[in-house]
Design a protein around this ligand. Structure first.
Ligand code: SF4
Length: 214
């Protein structure tokens, strides 16, 4: 049984795939926070801005089989366009609590590339085409290589230097609390300065917030 909070068609807003048409599929639940405000202060991840509780979001629900969820996702892709490879991004919550090899293989059979955005604390199943790890605080990483490491910045207990030796193809700094934009230009400026001083890192601004799409 797979439980998803929501699923929708949009553009990827962050990182190396920013601007790419994508079906976003948000799994319910996370291993670093219950999602309830009453638990935030004692959570292992304390700055989350995502609602990942339940299955009541747009196109959310419970799916008994990998094929049922894959067909649900495939129906959100504009199939009149045959020129681009269908692309699904699994996020959460923590997607690796639920994503398994069977679902990945089923999506491949529907022609999809499969991307994952994970907090990196759980081992991924085989077959993922694009693996993005976003470390959260001092929570130990089970994933130390992949396609991109996207670090929300700043985090006092997760400085960029701690990750720069890991086996990722791309390293991104993403300023925390970008919305509303005018509220936190200092953080953007600090992230910009860090990337200029450390060219291994690139700046990732949340395009969906800048452009106003979800
Ligand atoms: S790991 Fe991600 S989904 Fe989980 S609480 Fe932190 S920011 Fe939210």
């Amino acid at each position: 049984m797979y439980q998803i909070k929501e699923a929708f068609y949009t553009l990827q807003g962050e990182g190396a795939q920013a601007g790419r048409a994508s079906v976003f599929c948000r799994f319910t639940g996370c291993n670093l926070w219950s999602g309830r405000e009453a638990d935030r202060a004692t959570a292992k991840c304390t700055f989350c801005d995502t609602d990942f509780i339940g299955t009541d979001g747009i196109n959310g629900g419970k799916f008994a089989t990998a094929n049922a969820l894959a067909e649900h996702i495939a129906a959100l892709w504009p199939h009149h366009s045959d020129e681009a490879t269908p692309y699904v991004v699994f996020t959460g919550g923590e997607p690796l609590l639920q994503l398994d090899a069977a679902l990945i293989a089923t999506l491949h059979s529907h022609g999809f590339e499969v991307a994952v955005e994970t907090n990196g604390t759980l081992a991924p199943p085989p077959g993922i085409d694009w693996l993005c790890v976003s470390p959260k605080g001092s929570n130990p990483l089970a994933v130390t290589q992949g396609d991109e490491l996207k670090l929300v910045y700043p985090q006092v207990d997760a400085p960029p230097e701690q990750f720069s030796g890991l086996g990722f193809r791309h390293f991104f700094l993403q300023p925390m609390d970008l919305a509303p934009l005018n509220q936190d230009k200092t953080t953007v400026a600090e992230a910009t300065a860090y990337c200029m001083a450390n060219p291994q890192w690139r700046l990732s601004l949340q395009m969906h917030k800048l452009a106003g799409f979800d």
